[in-house]
Design a protein around this ligand. Structure first.
Ligand code: IPD
Ligand code: CA
Ligand code: CA
Ligand code: CA
Length: 269
């Protein structure tokens, strides 16, 4: 059966818009916040509410599809067979709680392991990054141009400073050296937004040692449409259903940065 991806994307946008309104409204209330694996790992009642709402809409409309979400949905999913919606109800929960700003809803749809739809909605900025495989990537309806080559001295890299703080390597191939040779570094606290920023040229690269499928699924589809290379630290494509290290960078720069992160285990669990 051939899917109508464009229509599916439109429906997803509609549901995400509603979910975004739920999040904005909740900012006026006192929200229940808990910690998960450690004191830095927050989850709120809104993460659950939005994930449940989106899951319900998806499965009501497409009963044969699967949903993999950060909080509850699809814990048993082991394969990329069929159509899987990969959703992060709030990417940047720490920002949601502490800043009420710079958080996103991220929805990716894959079929048999191939990314088909990617949507990152930066709720408070009102920015929609959308893509359908082969149809280009868009920011608020404006088509994003393909990216061009760049080099490290001209590059602004998105990365969480904690990775640097925990670096065990030193010398020529260390992250510290890479950062010193770059133009600058930024950290926004939402992987989905940072990947979308690479797609639209606000960042030249985004690097993470530890991302889950819901953090990167939508971003991968967006980046594929504008020609940004995305791999793990061995140069392999991430699988969409496993945790992965992620190096996303404009052509030329990707090869250069891979030499810094290649085989970089350091502090990793
Ligand atoms: C987190 C954010 C953060 C990234 C973490 C993610 P969450 O997602 O994207 O920027 O550094 O690795 O887990 O928990 O806010 O959805
Ligand atoms: Ca989380
Ligand atoms: Ca996330
Ligand atoms: Ca999340």
């Amino acid at each position: 059966m051939s899917e109508n991806w464009a229509q599916m994307k439109e429906l997803a946008v509609e549901w995400m818009m509603h979910a975004g309104a739920m999040l904005k409204e909740s900012l006026h209330d006192v929200i229940a916040v808990e910690t998960k694996s450690n004191p830095n790992d927050l989850v709120t009642e809104m993460d659950y509410k939005v994930e449940r709402y989106l899951t319900e809409q998806i499965l009501r409309t497409y009963p044969s599809h699967h949903v993999l979400g950060e909080e509850e949905a699809g814990k048993d999913i082991q394969s990329t067979d069929g159509i899987v919606w990969i959703i992060d109800p709030i990417d940047g929960t720490t920002n949601f709680v502490h800043q009420k700003f710079n958080f996103a809803i991220s929805v990716g749809v894959i079929k048999d392991g191939v990314g088909q739809i990617g949507i990152v909605y930066n709720v408070m900025q009102g920015e929609w990054f959308t893509a359908v495989l082969g149809e280009g990537a868009y920011l608020n309806g404006q088509k994003l141009p393909p990216v061009t080559e760049t080099t490290l001295p001209e590059a602004v890299i998105g990365m969480n400073g904690r990775w640097l703080a925990r670096e065990k390597r030193s010398g020529e191939q260390s992250l510290h050296t890479m950062v010193r040779r770059s133009r600058s570094v930024r950290s926004y606290g939402s992987a989905a937004i940072e990947l979308a920023y690479v797609a639209c040229g606000r960042l030249d690269s985004y690097i993470s040692f530890h991302l889950s499928p819901w953090d990167y699924a939508a971003g991968l589809v967006l980046l594929n449409e504008v020609g940004v290379d995305v791999t793990d630290f061995q140069g392999q494509r991430p699988s969409f259903i496993r945790r992965s290290r992620i190096l996303a960078a404009r052509p030329g720069l990707h090869k250069e940065l891979l030499s810094y992160v290649y085989n970089h285990e350091g502090f990793l669990k």
